[in-house]
Design a protein around this ligand. Sequence first.
Ligand code: BDR
Ligand code: CA
Length: 319
Amino acid sequence: MTVPVYLDCDTGVDDALALGHLLASPRADLVGIGTVHGNTDAAGAAENTLRLLTLAGRSDVPVAVGAASPLVGDFAGGAVAVHGTDGIGGLRGSLPRPACGPVMEDAADMLLRLSHRHPRELQILAVGPLTNLALALQRDPSLVTRVAGVTVMGGAALVPGNATAVAEANIVHDPEAAQITVTASWPLTLVPLDATMQQTLDESRRLRLCASGSAFARACGQMLDTYLDFYERVVLGRRAAALHDPLAAAVMLGEHRTVTAPRVPVEVDCTRGPCRGQTVCDLRSQRRVRGDVEGATVRVVQDTAPGYADLLVEMLDRV
Ligand code: BDR
Ligand code: CA
């Protein structure tokens, strides 16, 4: 049994890993991809995605360019220090030219169309800023009734942010869109930094990817070089990097076990102060009893079983 999946991404080194996980999974039927501003501009993210799909022999998957800027304000210019100037560690030029271009509709319209084609079956995986999802909800609020589930890589519940003291990059790049998305009445799983910073890929695994029989896995190994440089220099002080986006794919598909993941009320700070973009997860109830809060629709994944990096390397080997 496969589930139809719409991927919304800002490709991005770890977005490429998430794409690889989805392509390798026997559980996922990737029916469409929308791109968004974030790690790079939305058109550049589409170009990266199309080249990666061509490398994987999967040019059949349609790619739509989405929002070029957040609901409020302008495109922040991309995460050049983390993902390189092209978003994928300088590898764009060495990937094959795309077999086809992006489709004519924008990402929000693609999402709405797919929700009609796969009513109550479609799973949404969003691993970039949430602008496309918010636009789709604004264009047609009944979208919430046609979607089986939404999984978002984003936020920081009880750990520091990575873009500001309290905010994670995907959320702070469009807090207004994030607030619309997390407060919509659909079942949403948030995979925040609390979980993703615990799953890291080290240099030995990167070298395994570089030596893989799969051209896609080798490309991932190469683009991870830049990413690990950044993590070593700025984040962890050792040559390893967090597997944010692919972990969210694995959680969505039930291929990597969550440990603590209660449903609790979540709001996004949309003020102009120092907490802008913070995901305020109300975990007070968890002091008393671990479990879901009645009426809450957001499942906050606080941690997952160890060892996801090994599963990811195996998956990428299969692409
Ligand atoms: C998130 O921000 C982006 O830079 C990554 O691709 C990931 O989606 C991590 O904070
Ligand atoms: Ca991303």
